[in-house]
Design a binder for this molecule. Structure first.
Ligand code: NAD
Ligand code: NA
Length: 394
């Protein structure tokens, strides 16, 4: 079929298999050029492996460290006349490239919160890899069905205690407007912590350890975010921030549980980037388009693959793991540089619908957004018929 973008608000309903392949091969090429990571991981499990930071983690593990990888994710397969979700095509491309290089790569598509998918993953590890030395936890989900009670929890992105009002942008039209978000209830906070906190990460590590598939000195990493003052009421001090607090606390709890096998759990605070998860958050797209402008001007802009390569090379696998006063790895260090933040905050005060094209990198934002779905690549001819019914090799 001929596949064009069909955008509804902050999501795109279609994805292009060849464009997604290009997205993946670009990341692989980047990794290959950077070269091998000394003392990198060997057998890696990535939970949330099909897009964003999780996909980049899988690519750096495989192509920067010759790792065998198992990827877990939740994507919709294609149907006749209806393309799959991007993470499906990303995985088709990833596995193809990995297998061509002689690397082990298998994937499990299903709900990572469920006991069933956890068991399936354990079975696959036992039959193929035996032990895992790195577990990346990179889920971003709006809801969770509790594995034991089947209760459904929905996460919200709202401030706590006080109405939030600030600028936001519709990144398609470039219209800057004011957004007002009412505070959430205590129940909404609890639900958000249930979905995006560390409970599921801990469950994964509990079962992996119980089933004896973690190697000694294994590492597990989950991803968090801090961000600037302008987004603090809606992000870090809001409902999602409570979930991130919980996730960060879980790292200590998990480390404690891994002590007897000399394993360690860390949270890495990553940079704000355009992903499917972040484009759904009000205010963040405006911040990101100003941040991109400032970071590109200073020559320190990074995408997911640059972030994760640097995380592996300079933080995880180069001796002592450096952390901040809260025990977190900071790969958002360049985003949080005082000169970058000063620039962004100065632009933030000035930005309007009239000047956004000039003072923000809205075009960079949009390009990155479309690329998430495989659109906007010069190398792809979007008028040509493509096979939407591609299968993950397995
Ligand atoms: P993403 O939307 O690109 O990736 C989410 C992944 O989770 C996908 O692989 C998806 O298939 C998988 N997933 C979702 N629900 C699932 C389920 N029920 N079962 C199995 N898999 C499921 O998101 P991302 O931005 O890469 O986010 C990953 C992590 O990084 C999140 O914890 C996020 O908070 C964090 N982070 C993101 C940013 C950012 O700016 N994007 C910055 C810092 C930290
Ligand atoms: Na991810």
């Amino acid at each position: 079929m001929i596949i064009k973008p069909r955008v509804r608000g902050f999501i795109c309903l279609t994805a292009h298999p060849e464009g997604c392949e290009k997205n993946v091969t670009d990341q692989i090429d980047f990794t290959r050029l950077k070269g091998k990571i000394a003392d990198g991981p060997k057998n890696v499990l990535v939970i949330g492996a099909s897009t964003g930071f999780g996909l980049a983690s899988r690519i750096v593990s495989a192509f920067g460290s010759d790792s065998s990888t198992i990827g877990v994710f939740f994507e919709k397969p294609p149907m006749e006349g209806k393309p799959a979700t991007p993470g499906w095509y990303n995985t088709v491309a990833f596995e193809k490239e990995a297998h061509e290089k002689g690397l082990y790569a298998k994937s499990i598509n299903g709900d990572a919160f469920s006991n069933e998918i956890k068991q399936k993953t354990i079975d696959l590890i036992k039959s193929d890899l035996k032990k895992i030395d790195l577990v990346i936890y990179s889920l971003a989900s709006p809801r969770k069905v509790h594995p034991d009670t089947q209760q459904v929890y929905n996460s919200v992105i709202k401030p706590i205690g006080k109405t939030f009002e600030n600028k936001t942008v519709d990144f398609h039209s470039g219209t800057v407007s004011n957004v007002v978000i009412e505070p959430c209830t205590e129940e909404e906070v609890n639900n958000t912590v249930e979905v995006m906190g560390g409970d599921d990460w801990e469950r994964w590590i509990d079962i992996l350890k119980k089933e004896d598939v973690l190697s000694s000195e294994c590492l597990t990493i989950a991803y968090s975010y801090v961000g600037p003052e302008v987004t603090t009421p809606i992000y870090r001090n809001g409902s999602i921030g409570r979930a991130k607090d919980h996730l960060e606390q879980s790292a200590f709890k998990i480390s404690e549980k891994l002590k007897d096998i000399d394993g360690k759990a860390y949270v890495s605070v990553n940079k704000a980037l355009v992903t499917q998860a972040s484009s759904a958050i009000p205010v963040i797209p405006l911040y990101i388009s100003l941040l991109y402008k400032a970071m590109k001007e200073e020559g320190v802009h990074e995408g997911c693959i640059e972030q994760i390569y640097r995380l592996f090379e300079t933080k995880l696998f180069s001796g002592e793991i450096p952390t901040d006063e809260k025990g977190r790895i900071r790969i958002d260090d360049w985003e949080m540089r005082p000169d970058i933040q000063a620039k962004v905050s100065q632009l933030w005060d000035k930005v309007t619908t009239e000047n956004i094209g000039e003072i923000a990198d809205l075009e960079g934002y949009r390009n990155d957004f479309f690329k998430l779905f495989g659109f906007g690549y010069d190398a792809v001819d979007y008028d040509v018929d493509v096979n939407e019914l591609q299968e993950i090799p397995g």
